[in-house]
Design a binder for this molecule. Structure first.
Ligand SMILES: [Fe+2]
Length: 816
């Protein structure tokens, strides 16, 4: 009789905030773009340049067309005077001087050649050599598209073929080549081989010319008594330049935010102006970098970049929630070919509604310190730190000034060097260091772009854009432009059309209007400060995210350009904005490339600020009823202010019903964790041996295979591990699992674990382990750690049970 515990196929993992996303079905729809059906620039090519309808000029009168000329090939070139020659179409032939020569089936004769030098002579002498000429036209485009022409010639007894004076073929013509030049045009050659012979030949493109080309043939009888002669140039077929395997090299790939949570925008650069696509499939279907046949390809748009490369933009639409996708961009090869692709990247969508968080970064401005590698290191480290602390972050949101120099591809390359920007959608903002070149617009593909709002110029980047993400309307403004009228129109129209879709409205732009660095007193900043706040208050904007001043600043709630509530205390944790109250947050440097000293004097708007000259990031957590903005060091200031320590935190909460109270507690961010349980060591059969008679029952005992539970989840949520046994069976015999009882114990303590209560065998009444019973558990708030559980088993079997070897299954279940 044995109890056999049952282990699930895989331990339970990732309970809690970092729950693994479920796999969904893919339904990706190309973004309204279509492919061109033909490859650009291909010239039309005829099936053949010569054939049976070609008119030839020819001479069959036993004369040397180059007689008296030092160049024996003069008759094979353009410009030769063949006006005295005959004109006809092929095939040409002669047989014993017959007017209707029959050379056998397959060798029709359209034009009969004179056969003999003197047809009246008693001993007839065959004409040694015939000369034929024709021309064909070839355009420059056609010439560019071919490697050669392939000729098909049927002859008897020998031929030489010339194009533009160059010999391109000679068949059975050794005897021609053996005689002096002066005799080559009028000599016998070939072997008497019976039927005419078919051969193929090639005319290389380099002997061809755009325009008129001259093809000439010397046709030879093999001897004076030759009975026949034949020539059919059936075709001269263009051989196209093979479609080459694409070699486009892709760089600067960045995954951007899309118009909504089901879309992603992509941008990249390439070294060649080729047709390119972005290709996507569920990550599980991409094995070893090989995309499935039904992967979706979306055509890219784009053009020349300001750096002399080529930029491309594409959009993935129709994404499913809670799904991991793999994608790549590049050039699709011809059917069956590999193509030329970027490396494969992966991103995942999360729930399309409900709470989410994103990460906000101030002025990376790579190159600002004069040391691009150092700035890059800081930028990448901040992304590493922030995404490790917030593994579910759904955007990397920049306050602008991505680079120091708007036209520096070296700085863009450095900025985009981290794979984070291919895994989590990037939200770009146009800073004063970005605006001065089209590169910003070419590198970042932003959704719903309105280039008439906050416009740029012919050489600068401009435009406002918006998107809706999980019930938040985001409006991103090009604050380099102080065309307030166009900004206002954009904001009003967008809020009017999409404000109802959103629970929150967040504006972002580069030039902070409520900061404490030196820019706070710039005249252009004062101008914006005097202009925008009333608009934002009127339209119910909740939060404004900004940069430019390279220090952290948080405003009081601002209504119409004034402190909304005179009683609001500096640094208050929780704010409940009334109508028109807007929170303005300015981020410090994310890369450490540059810091400005903060000066709070005269800044009536200032609730909190910080300048420690260490890198920061800001985690923005969005819920239905509150947005929490937590600014965090990504670089240690000192022992008391380590990496991931909080600089400032504020929550804006929706106004609440006065008849209720809401409570809030801030739970400190812990490391992401998991809850795992498994059999410790081998999951061997638990053998209770042979039960022994004990009065009114049989008795057996043993112990389960120990089970290890590890719980490293933040916050220590409670859990329990339970077990239940089924009936013991042996063939068609069985008895109830209730006769099994146990006494759990903690073999190795840890993580606040305690053993479950003893469960008595049901022999004397009660359910025993036929009902679920707790093996071990930990209460809420327990410490992280690992524990090992065992249990002594106690089985009492009624004496009327038939003998046999019985087995049962113990099923373990974790709850949390
Ligand atoms: Fe700036």
């Amino acid at each position: 009789m044995q109890a056999n515990d049952h282990r699930p196929a895989a331990p339970l993992r990732g309970w809690g905030r970092s729950a693994v996303a479920a796999v969904g079905l893919v339904s990706v729809v190309a973004g309204g773009l279509t492919y061109a059906a033909t490859s650009a620039g291909a010239a039309d090519l005829p099936e053949t340049f010569l054939g049976d309808t070609t008119t030839w000029t020819y001479s069959d009168d036993n004369t040397d067309p180059a007689a008296g000329n030092a160049d024996r090939l003069t008759w094979t070139r353009a410009g030769f005077d063949d006006s005295g020659w005959k004109h006809a179409t092929g095939p040409f032939g002669a047989k014993n001087g017959s007017p209707t020569p029959d050379l056998g089936s397959g060798f029709p004769v359209t034009t009969v050649l004179d056969h003999y030098v003197d047809p009246t002579a008693s001993t007839k002498v065959a004409i040694p050599t015939y000369h034929l000429r024709t021309t064909f036209d070839l355009t420059a485009d056609q010439l560019a598209d071919i490697t050669s022409l392939r000729g098909d010639v049927t002859f008897d007894d020998a031929v030489q073929v010339f194009v533009n004076g160059t010999k391109v073929a000679g068949f059975v013509d050794e005897r021609v080549e053996a005689v002096p030049d002066a005799q080559k045009n009028l000599t016998y050659a070939g072997a008497s081989a019976g039927n005419p012979v078919n051969q193929k030949f090639s005319v290389p493109a380099d002997v061809l010319e755009p325009g008129v080309n001259t093809l000439a043939i010397g046709l030879y009888n093999d001897r004076a008594s030759s009975s026949d002669v034949y020539l059919d140039l059936a075709s001269l077929v263009p051989v196209e330049v093979p479609e080459e395997e694409p070699t486009t090299t892709v760089t600067d790939l960045v995954l951007g935010i899309g118009a909504n949570q089901a879309e992603r925008n992509l941008a990249w650069y390439s070294d060649q102006d080729t047709e390119q696509v972005a290709q996507i499939a569920p990550a599980g279907e991409v094995v070893n970098g090989v995309f499935p046949d039904d992967a979706v390809s979306v055509a890219a748009t784009g053009g020349p970049s300001s750096s002399g490369e080529f930029y491309r933009h594409a959009t993935f639409t129709g994404l499913e929630e809670n799904t991991a996708y793999s994608y790549r961009v590049g050039t699709e090869g011809a059917a069956g070919a590999e193509g030329a692709w970027s490396a494969v990247s992966t991103f995942r969508t999360q729930a399309f509604d409900g709470d989410f968080n994103f990460l906000f970064f101030g002025d990376p401005q790579l190159g600002s310190s004069g040391n691009v590698p150092r700035d890059t290191e800081g930028w990448v480290d901040t992304l590493d730190v922030a995404t490790a602390a917030y593994p579910d972050a759904e955007m990397l949101f920049s306050a602008g000034d991505q680079v120091e120099s708007a036209s520096s591809e070296a700085q863009y390359d450095a900025f985009l060097s981290t794979d984070h920007l291919r895994q989590i959608p990037f939200v770009a903002t146009n800073g004063n260091h970005d605006v001065g070149n089209k590169a910003y617009r070419q590198h970042f593909n932003t959704p719903n772009l309105d280039e008439t709002a906050g416009p740029g110029s012919g050489s600068s980047s401009g435009g406002d854009y918006w998107f809706v993400y999980n019930d938040v309307l985001f409006l991103n403004l090009n604050s380099n432009s102080r065309d307030y009228a166009s900004h206002e129109r954009f904001v009003r129209e967008t809020v009017a059309e999409h404000g109802d879709e959103a629970k929150w409205k967040v504006v972002s732009f580069h030039h902070s209007i409520y900061s404490v660095g030196p820019h706070a007193t710039d005249s252009d900043v004062i101008d914006r400060r005097n202009t925008w706040p009333t608009l934002f208050s009127e339209l119910g904007i909740d939060l404004v995210l900004q940069g430019h001043d390279h220090s952290y600043a948080r405003s009081y709630l601002i209504r119409n350009g004034e402190k909304a509530d005179p009683a609001e205390e500096a640094g208050a944790d929780i704010l409940t904005p009334g109508p028109g109250g807007v929170l303005y947050v300015t981020a410090n440097s994310a890369s450490g490339s540059k810091y400005y000293s903060a000066n709070a004097a005269g800044s009536w708007w200032l609730s909190a600020f910080n300048q420690e000259n260490v890198r920061n990031y800001t985690a923005v957590e969005v819920a239905d009823d509150a947005i929490s903005v937590r600014t965090i060091r990504s670089e240690a200031k000192d022992a008391d202010r380590p990496v991931n320590s909080v600089v400032d935190q504020v929550t804006i909460a929706k106004p609440v019903d006065p008849n209720t109270q809401k409570l809030q507690v801030v739970v400190p961010q812990g490391a992401p964790g998991e809850f795992v349980w498994s059999i410790d060591g081998a999951n061997t059969l638990v053998d209770l041996g042979t039960a022994e008679a004990a009065g009114d029952h049989y008795a057996a005992d043993g112990s389960i295979n120990p089970i290890r539970v590890t719980d490293t989840r933040r916050g220590g949520p409670q859990w329990s591990l339970s077990a239940q046994v089924g009936d013991f069976t042996s063939g068609d015999q069985s008895f109830s699992g209730k006769y099994l009882g146990w006494t759990p114990d903690v073999i190795e303590a840890g993580g606040g674990s305690v053993a479950g209560a003893k469960i008595a065998t049901g022999f004397d009444g009660g359910p025993g382990l036929s009902q679920s019973a707790t093996l071990g558990r930990a209460g809420a708030g327990h410490t992280t750690g690992s524990a090992l559980f065992g249990a002594d088993l106690d089985l009492k079997i009624p004496v009327d049970v038939t003998d046999g070897t019985y087995r049962a299954t113990l099923t373990l279940t974790a709850l949390s």
